[in-house]
Design a protein around this ligand. Sequence first.
Ligand code: GLN
Length: 259
Amino acid sequence: MKKIISLLLTGVLVTASITGCGSSNAGSGSSGAASPCLSDGVLTVGTNAEFPPFEYVGDNGQPDGFDIGLIKAVGEELGVEIVVENMEFDSLVSSIGSKTDAAIAGMTVTEERQQSVDFSVPYYSAIQHVLVAKDSNIATYDDLVGKTIGCQLGTTGDFIIEEIEGATDQQYNKAVDAVNDLVNGRLDAVIVDSNPAAVFAANYPDKIKDLNGEDFGFEIEEYAIALPKGDAALKEAIDVAITKIKENGTFDKLVDEYM
Ligand code: GLN
């Protein structure tokens, strides 16, 4: 009997993982059908808690920050529990549909990522900044040619460095480690998003200059929540929730609390 029950349970688990959220079945129902990601009452959301003020490890050891507040507010709107999984930034997109249902991580909408995931409506605009030593002469894009530049692996800053002629792209798992190497004189510059750049630079007011990427010709980027490709019901539900959170003042409260 025990054997039969455990076989049945295995069957249930296997079925659950095949038809689970983010699988190829997602969104295949008639329009208006509930998302498979929401039907169990839990939305598992990946983040990389190394990107203050959007996400960082709080005093209690758990991910905290603007994005965490935002996704919890989305969870309240949708009536689902939010479970946050902290992982490497570079794994966030590929985890959607297997380990997670979505990702929130100050993630920029890019065409390349859109090959594998869909994005919610954007919720924040940003631009890459260039951190350099206080006494550095770097001030324009051309000054970056041939330099050793640090970034977080798999980020839009990383993609910018790849395009800079003769530059050595030093990739780190955490942007803060790149910043430490800049302070130690091992890098000429670090390219990182505007808000974290300000947080990191504020830690070393005597050692680091925070240069706006506008002066380097960088483009404005839009942050959005990454979602399983093709799950139109989930995207619709999350877009409606974000719009509501922007309209009802919750978004501004989060800006006041975290920015
Ligand atoms: N906005 C950048 C990107 O999407 C960096 C995000 C991050 O490091 N968390 O690549």
